[in-house]
Design a protein around this ligand. Structure first.
Ligand code: NAG
Ligand code: NAG
Ligand code: NAG
Ligand code: NAG
Length: 392
């Protein structure tokens, strides 16, 4: 089975370089994400342009296909059954499940909806009851199933295919389906009892789906890169990102994670501590300026995506760069975006479409980053550092 370490098949990114004179300056509230996960990789990303291939035929399913089902909600059953996590967290879980399907050479049965944490939904859902349908969105408004299927075949759990699999497996009984829990994928693969079954129904870890992929520390066991799902955005989201990218022209980008990541807590002596001691400092405009000046020449257009809520927080950078945010393009984005997960997916595509993309944390050796603090949760609460002295 092929192991994929890089984003798939980079195609050249065509950019519209003609100067755009009219820009819609809609001053709208900067929509921000709280749990903003930046599991993105820059290298080789491209927007494939299936625009030119209208009515791409849907993938044909063969009668030999076998299926893997992990349940109808990402991370559920689990600790997030009531609420749910941010997009990046759920993507880690989904990626883990997709990797298992690849490992077992099975078609993955995707949940047809993704749970949206109410704090990530700006459409007033906090005023409604917290019913599942109201706090979730349709999976294929986020991701392109056909595009995903080119790497790992998927069907949705509200599709005809899935109902056909269910009825066939019921007819076959114990010869059709196995319910597994706490059994490793290696065991399932090597045990002939499982290999012939039409359906494997896994009850994933009650902590989080991605706990099934604890061995991600073993890099050779990783089959899908972090950038996989971000680049699998639905056609509609890719199209709107392409429009903004065309308007931005030649630009660089920074993803500035503050909000959730800079939180502090008091230790038993009343001293504030944080998990990322330099992050608050490194994501302030004066430090960003210091850090990126060697990568981004003055006068460049700089696209900023951030969960910082203070208006004008990054304005000091405007002395050197032409700043742009997704709010600059709300005239294009607002008619398309239904929730903040979709906005985040578009922002990620715009970030990745830049000539130079600087992340908050380094994820790959080749990444440029604002801070040298590790992204991983170190569990070590340290004193925040604000002095410049430590900067090289
Ligand atoms: C994977 O499954 C497909 C059917 O879905 C089958 O044609 C193919 O031979 C299988 N590959 C391996 C390596 O088992
Ligand atoms: C999968 O297994 C769980 C737990 O045993 C069960 O509740 C669920 O109905 C099963 N789903 C399918 C589609 O077999
Ligand atoms: C790492 O993963 C590879 C591929 O799955 C496996 O062959 C190897 O035994 C694993 N190594 C460790 C230390 O777990
Ligand atoms: C984005 O909007 C801000 C505030 O209205 C403005 O200062 C900036 O020039 C705009 N950027 C672009 C690229 O149009």
């Amino acid at each position: 089975m092929a192991t994929i370490n890089k984003p798939l098949k980079p195609k050249p990114l065509t950019k519209l370089r003609s100067p755009i004179l009219t820009l819609i300056l809609c001053i709208s509230a900067i929509t921000l994400l709280c749990l903003f996960s930046s599991l993105i990789s820059t290298n080789g990303f491209s927007f494939s342009s299936p625009k030119n291939l209208p009515n791409k035929p849907h993938r044909q399913h063969t009668t030999h296909e076998k299926y893997l089902y992990w349940g109808s909600r990402i991370d559920c059953p689990g600790k997030h059954c009531e609420s749910c996590e941010g997009l990046g967290h759920q993507e880690s879980s989904l990626r883990c499940a997709l990797e298992e399907a690849m490992f077992l050479n099975r078609t993955f049965v995707m949940p047809s909806r993704m749970c949206i944490n109410p704090i990530h939904n700006k459409k007033g859902i906090l005023h409604q009851s917290d019913k599942w349908a109201e706090s979730s969105c349709v999976m294929d408004t986020l991701y392109d199933m056909d595009l995903i299927s080119e790497t790992v075949p998927v069907i949705l759990d509200n599709s005809k295919d899935w109902y056909r699999v269910l009825s066939t497996s019921m007819r076959l009984g114990a010869r059709g389906v196995a319910h597994v829990e706490g059994i490793s994928r290696v065991h399932i693969k090597e045990n002939s009892h499982y290999s012939n079954l039409l359906l494997i129904n896994r009850t994933a870890s009650p902590l989080s789906w991605f706990m099934e992929c604890k061995d991600r520390n073993n890099r050779s066991a990783i089959m899908l890169p972090y950038s996989f799902l971000p680049t699998m955005a639905s056609q509609r989201l890719r199209d709107v990102a392409d429009k903004v990218i065309a308007l931005l022209g030649d630009y660089d980008s920074i993803h500035v994670r503050r909000g959730d990541k800079i939180k502090t807590r008091k230790d038993r002596f009343g001293v504030y501590r944080t998990l990322h001691p330099h992050l608050d400092r490194d994501t302030r405009p004066e430090f960003i300026h210091h850090k990126i000046e060697k990568w981004v020449p003055p006068g460049r257009t700089l696209f900023i995506a951030s969960n910082e809520k203070t208006p004008g927080f990054f304005s000091p950078l405007a002395g050197r760069y032409k700043l742009a945010y997704s709010s600059n393009y709300s005239g294009i984005l607002d008619p398309v975006i239904e929730n903040n997960y979709q906005l985040f997916m578009i922002e990620r595509l715009i970030l990745m479409g830049a000539k130079t993309f600087i992340k908050t944390f380094k994820e790959d050796d080749t990444d440029l980053s604002l801070t040298d603090d590790p992204k991983k949760n170190t569990k070590s609460w340290q004193l925040p550092v604000y002095t410049m002295d430590e900067v090289e």
